[in-house]
Design a protein around this ligand. Structure first.
Ligand code: ADP
Ligand code: 5GP
Length: 187
């Protein structure tokens, strides 16, 4: 059977990468995170092919023209996309594939994959995103402001996702996401 496709979206700072890291630490799950391509620069500690494929604008544009992306979008001034090669071969082997993508990307994917399950990760207060992004110390003030403005637009779409998970408490959020994912993988 084809592996399920699961989308995780949420405002910047909601904890998507942290939750996914914890989920994938459980190596017994037949689940893989799709590695997106991006034109943004790597943050300290990020490695090519691990968090992202870090591509130039030209290389990204070539891939768009060749139809290599399942979806792509401009997010906070950079381009991000899901290469088809990160998804279909794994699903065909029965492995579940997790996409960590924004709302614009999810809208594109759901058009082709009606069986898609989607999770929106959020916190219970708006202030938390700013506090977490400042504490993460990976973006400039300007980039943080841009991400906070994006949060309002994304939150307005949260109700359209199959599930909403609150990440105020990390362990609880990971447990909730794990239970949704297990249901897709094993039911
Ligand atoms: P995203 O991938 O959604 O932008 P991150 O996973 O990078 O978010 O998380 C943003 C920051 O918040 C990180 O520094 C992370 O360690 C921290 N964080 C994530 N979840 C929690 C939580 N439940 N409580 C407190 N801090 C958290
Ligand atoms: P970051 O720069 O913090 O890693 O990611 C910024 C935003 O881009 C997040 O909302 C993330 O979900 C989104 N994103 C990451 N990869 C992709 C992708 O392949 N496609 C789309 N549409 N969005 C992505």
């Amino acid at each position: 059977m084809k592996g399920p496709l699961i989308v995780l979206s949420g405002p910047s700072g909601s904890g998507k990468s942290t939750v996914i890291d914890q989920l994938l630490a459980d190596r017994s799950l037949p689940l893989r995170l799709s590695v997106s391509a991006t034109t943004r620069s790597p943050r300290p500690g990020e490695k090519e092919g691990v968090q992202y494929h870090f591509w130039s604008r030209e290389r990204f544009q070539d891939a768009v023209e060749r139809g290599e992306f399942l979806e792509w979008a401009e997010v906070f001034g950079n381009r991000y996309g899901t290469p088809r090669a990160e998804v279909e071969p794994y699903r065909d082997q029965g492995t579940g594939v997790l996409l960590e993508i924004d709302v614009k990307g999810w809208e594109q994917v759901r058009r082709h994959c009606p069986d898609l399950v989607s999770i929106f990760l959020r916190t219970s207060s708006l202030e938390t995103y700013e506090q977490r992004l400042r504490a993460r110390r990976t973006e400039s003030d300007e980039a943080i402001q841009r991400r906070l403005q994006g949060a309002r637009d994304e939150l307005a779409r949260a109700g359209e996702y199959s599930y909403q998970v609150i990440n105020d408490n990390l362990d609880r959020a990971v447990a909730e996401v794990r239970s949704i994912v297990q249901k897709q993988l094993f039911n």
